[in-house]
Ligand binder design. Structure first.
Ligand SMILES: Cc1cc2nc3c(=O)[nH]c(=O)nc-3n(C[C@H](O)[C@H](O)[C@H](O)COP(=O)(O)OP(=O)(O)OC[C@H]3O[C@@H](n4cnc5c(N)ncnc54)[C@H](O)[C@@H]3O)c2cc1C
Ligand code: FES
Length: 288
């Protein structure tokens, strides 16, 4: 009927009524007003938006495919995937923490308070906690820390202890420490003082295993740290989950741009990071 929204028109936060786009699918395109958008250090920005009810159902480890404004006169063809960093269901907000690396994220960085962010999601498979786990270990570096951030919420909601080992170039790039401090313990390891060396991280992990504070491992953001956790996890039979970073196009399954190789019981398998992941079993994932 004339004037009716298309089934495919985006959900406009603050304007659309849930019934208008209540298709029986959990994913939608939505226009989300920017609440705040600030630099946290020289490379990363923290973006807070008002989110739709469907977007607020996002689970830690899932992501949204964001339509970034162009930073110049050229067009930006593809959306850019960004994990959810924090979910504030009480205030109806979703937060992202992202690194400005190229045209997409430079364009994203131009959004001002009150602008609309066009996002598609929530997408992919997120992190999960086994009810038997009492204390878990999170190990992240760089943009991986943004992806691991909401595990702090998951552990608090499930009354599970967490030690977060946050690896960074220097103290300026240690992020999500406030979130994890509210949930458990934080150990920062830095390039600037040498504590981020694999041998040192290994001894921290060994100590946590010996103290029985490592029922499960979670990692994202560094191939060498992933390889380390995978090795220690295998040696001690500790289950683990890794969030994979992979260049994506559609983010929805059909284009196969994001395929990676996995190894399941010695057999190689191809999986799409966007819909089969981005979170995978650590022992089945293969480094990049
Ligand atoms: C599921 C998922 C979740 C992500 N979550 C976050 C997040 O929470 N915070 C964050 O800062 N970044 C995150 N990323 C990475 C983010 O998508 C890329 O940094 C972004 O797409 C780069 O776009 P660009 O146009 O600015 O850079 P481009 O010009 O496209 O690329 C610049 C550089 O970034 C690298 N790059 C591009 N796309 C990706 C990608 N998908 N993954 C890794 N490196 C990439 C390129 O190889 C190149 O070196 C995530 C990626 C995935 C797949
Ligand atoms: S990004 Fe298109 S199938 Fe994964």
């Amino acid at each position: 009927m004339l004037g009716e929204p298309f089934a495919s028109s985006p959900f406009v936060v603050g304007k659309s009524r849930p019934a208008e786009t209540a298709l029986p699918i959990p994913i939608e395109e939505s226009l989300c007003p920017v609440v705040s958008h600030a630099w946290v250090n020289a490379e990363y920005k923290h973006l807070v938006v008002e989110a739709s009810p469907k977007a607020l159902a996002v689970h830690p480890g899932q992501f949204f495919n964001l339509l970034c404004p162009s930073p110049d006169v050229g067009e930006l063809f593809f959306r850019r995937p960004q994990s959810v960093y924090r979910i504030d269901r009480k205030r109806g907000r979703i937060e992202f923490l992202y690194k400005c690396v190229g045209r997409g994220t430079r364009g994203l960085a131009t959004l001002q308070k009150g602008d609309d962010l066009n996002m598609v999601g929530p997408l992919g498979q997120g992190f999960s906690l086994d009810p038997a786990w009492r204390h878990i270990v999170v190990l992240g570096r760089g943009v991986g820390i943004a992806t691991l951030g909401p595990i702090s919420q998951l552990t608090r909601e499930n009354n599970v202890g967490v030690t977060a080992i946050l690896s960074a170039r220097n103290a300026d790039f240690v992020m999500a420490d406030t979130l994890f401090r509210e949930a458990g313990d934080v150990v920062s390891v830095l390039d600037s003082d040498g504590t981020s060396a694999v041998e040192n991280v290994e001894s921290i992990l060994d100590r946590l295993v010996a103290q029985k504070r490592a029922d499960a491992f979670f990692t994202c953001g560094s191939n060498r740290l992933f390889a380390l956790m995978k090795r220690i996890g295998k040696a001690h039979n500790i289950p683990g989950q890794v969030a994979m970073e992979q260049v994506m196009a559609c983010g929805l399954g059909p284009c196969y741009v994001c395929v990676r190789t996995f190894e399941v019981n010695g057999v190689k398998e191809l999986r799409r990071v966007c819909i089969d992941g981005p979170v995978f079993d650590m022992q089945e994932a293969v480094g990049w």
